[in-house]
Ligand binder design. Structure first.
Ligand SMILES: [Zn+2]
Length: 113
């Protein structure tokens, strides 16, 4: 009666004790594992926060939402915000003239009559 060694049998990867808490790399401060995503399925909300730089993000969750979904939503939102800012900056004419820019219509109903 010999014991057969099954070398193919691997122990299942252990999940962390806290499946609802997942950490990610921060998009802003780039610290590893500084971003925590908490899913509150009862309330249907997710809270993402970076413990290093304090960036935070909230989103809705459903029964299929995973922390990584919230994280990628955050990335999208941040990306969108960054692009919006860029767009806004581009839209603004770069008036590098030394003269002050023209100030609206001249003299609107002067106080002195
Ligand atoms: Zn951060």
């Amino acid at each position: 009666m010999g014991k057969r060694k099954k070398s193919s049998r691997k122990p299942a990867p252990k999940r962390k004790a806290d499946p609802l808490d997942t950490t990610f790399t921060c998009l802003f401060c780039h610290h590893d594992q500084s971003v925590t995503v908490k899913l509150d399925r009862k309330e249907g909300v997710a809270q993402l926060v970076c413990k290093v730089c304090g960036q935070s993000f909230q989103s809705k969750v459903n029964h299929l939402t995973e922390p990584i979904d919230i994280y990628s939503e955050w990335l999208d939102a941040a990306d969108y915000a960054a692009k919006e800012e860029e767009r806004r900056a581009l839209r603004r004419p770069v008036a590098s003239s030394s003269r002050a820019r023209p100030t609206g219509p001249p003299s609107i109903g002067s106080e002195e009559d």
